[in-house]
Ligand binder design. Structure first.
Ligand code: ADP
Length: 478
């Protein structure tokens, strides 16, 4: 049994808003910010573990002539934990609609707090006697990814100033030098040499800032180019869509005319036609009907697509009434194919649009009937679980090959077995289903096995009041 799922569209699939093109998109900014806060807890854990280990190994540390920075580590872990809790609290209400400026200010606050804590750590462990000062590079590199070059440069300047000030204050004996290595420090002894060490470290940071920010600028520029190309493609697609609609519309009237004339021919002059001529007229009628159905499907798809940007008016749709109407519409088709339909749909109401939901159901049921064998049974059922209502259409027909399954919602796609089985297929029915699912954020799940049959399940999200109402409705119906 193979399965395939059409998921409701997520925010990421809709692309970045134009106002967010500078720097990172809001969604990315938000996820990076959360990642950064989570990472801080790992740093807290590292500080605590190191402090614990140093406390346990107090004697060996002392006998090696080192000064244990355990106390500083405990204090810094406490400061970081408190700061991160506050940052989490502030970010609690952040979501996809939070202003980009607010997200950036929050990130800036994180970076400043980290730089201050790092400066205290550098002082505690040894500003020029160890390489701990190079930990500033993490923030410099991260800021190049989070912010535009101007802002990441500012982060580099702040980091450099904090570090140089620490070394200068230590050298001037204003901020008594601690340092884990104490007396055994191999670093430069004199104040001028320490300043040279610090300045060369700062020089390295600016080089790193330049390299990373240039690379990240190039990646961002490429992102913007892709986004612009995407916009152009969307616009070209919109224009093409409009042209298709106009041309198809022009075809609609002549085809209605042909169909009307065929009806007259068959109604009034049938007796005068020889049997082969009658057969030809029947074939013309069938072709004209198929083409007319195709024209309606193309127009409908065009209409659904051109209204993508518009907010959809939602009404309350009763699935039982919808199913009854769909079955009535398809009764003739089912009878002609000798298919029986078992319907078990309680009176469930969902938010949506009756015309669109009916189209979706008719398309799924029509396919189930079309791809069933004569004498088969098709089922349609519905139910609800918490905040979702499901509706299932199942058949025991030809089924869908596993490799064809991911393609069935593509426009004009018809599997080879299906086109052999149903020579009049258009390959547009499931594209319409997909478009409606997209418009109303529905999920569609397909389970199928070749030769055994298929089940299409549509999941409609409902709010809790809707599901409470449905509970009462379903209770009454049982
Ligand atoms: P059409 O049925 O006109 O070909 P659709 O877009 O409705 O177009 O379906 C696309 C393809 O999906 C079909 O050609 C067929 O291969 C497959 N398909 C859809 N529904 C079923 C079903 N119930 N059973 C088997 N195959 C199906």
């Amino acid at each position: 049994m193979a399965t395939f799922e059409l998921r409701p569209e997520t925010e990421q699939q809709t692309g970045l808003e134009p106002s967010e093109r500078e720097g990172l998109g809001r969604t990315l900014l938000l996820s990076n910010s959360r990642w950064f806060m989570r990472l801080r807890w790992i740093v807290v854990a590292v500080f605590v573990s190191a402090a614990l280990a140093l406390d346990l190994l107090r004697d060996p540390v002392r006998s090696a002539g080192l000064i244990s920075p355990a106390r500083s580590l405990w204090v810094l872990a406490g400061i970081l934990a408190a700061a991160d809790s506050l940052l989490f609290l502030a970010a609690r209400r952040f979501d996809g609609r939070t202003r980009v400026e607010l997200l950036r200010a929050h990130l800036w606050a994180q970076i400043i707090i980290d730089l201050l804590v790092l400066t205290l750590l550098v002082h505690a462990i040894g500003s020029t006697s160890t390489f701990v000062a190079f930990a500033y590079l993490f923030h410099i590199a991260l800021s190049c990814i989070f912010f535009p070059a101007r802002e990441s440069f500012l982060v580099t300047v702040v980091a450099s100033l904090l570090y140089l000030a620490t070394v200068a204050l230590e050298a001037a004996l204003v901020w008594p030098q601690s340092g884990a290595l104490g007396g055994v420090a191999p670093g430069p002894p004199g104040a001028p040499l320490r300043m040279v060490f610090a300045l060369s470290a700062v020089f390295t940071w600016f080089v790193v800032w330049y390299l990373v920010s240039t690379l990240s600028k190039a990646v961002r520029r490429r992102d913007q180019q892709l986004e612009t190309a995407n916009d152009q493609l969307r616009e070209a697609d919109r224009i093409k869509n409009q042209q298709v609609i106009v041309t198809t519309h022009e075809l609609k009237a002549p085809f209605s005319g042909i169909q009307a004339n065929i009806e007259v021919l068959k109604g009034r002059f049938r007796q005068e036609l020889s049997p082969p001529a009658q057969e030809i007229v029947d074939r013309i009628e069938l072709r004209a009907r198929t083409l007319s159905e195709r024209i309606s499907a193309i127009l409908l798809l065009g209409e659904l697509r051109s209204r993508r940007a518009e907010p959809l008016a939602r009404e309350t749709v009763d699935l039982k009434a919808l199913t009854d109407a769909a079955l009535q519409e398809l009764a003739e088709k089912a009878a002609a194919a000798n298919i029986a339909v078992d319907a078990c749909v309680p009176a469930i109401t969902v938010p949506g649009n009756a015309k669109h939901f009916s189209l979706l159901l008719v398309n799924l049921l029509a396919n189930a009937i079309t791809y069933s064998h004569p004498g088969d049974r098709v089922g349609v059922s519905a139910g609800h679980e918490g905040e979702r209502v499901w509706i299932r259409v199942s058949d025991h027909g030809i089924g869908i090959r596993e490799d064809a399954l991911p393609h069935i919602f593509e426009e004009y796609y018809r599997s080879t077995e299906a086109s052999r089985f149903n020579r009049l297929s258009t390959g547009l029915g499931l594209s319409i289903v997909k478009e409606i699912a997209r418009a109303y954020s529905l999920g569609v799940r397909v389970e199928s096995e070749q030769g055994k049959g298929s089940t299409f399940e549509v999941v409609i999200p409902v709010r809790s009041e809707d599901s409470r109402r449905n509970d009462h409705g379903a209770d009454r119906n049982h």
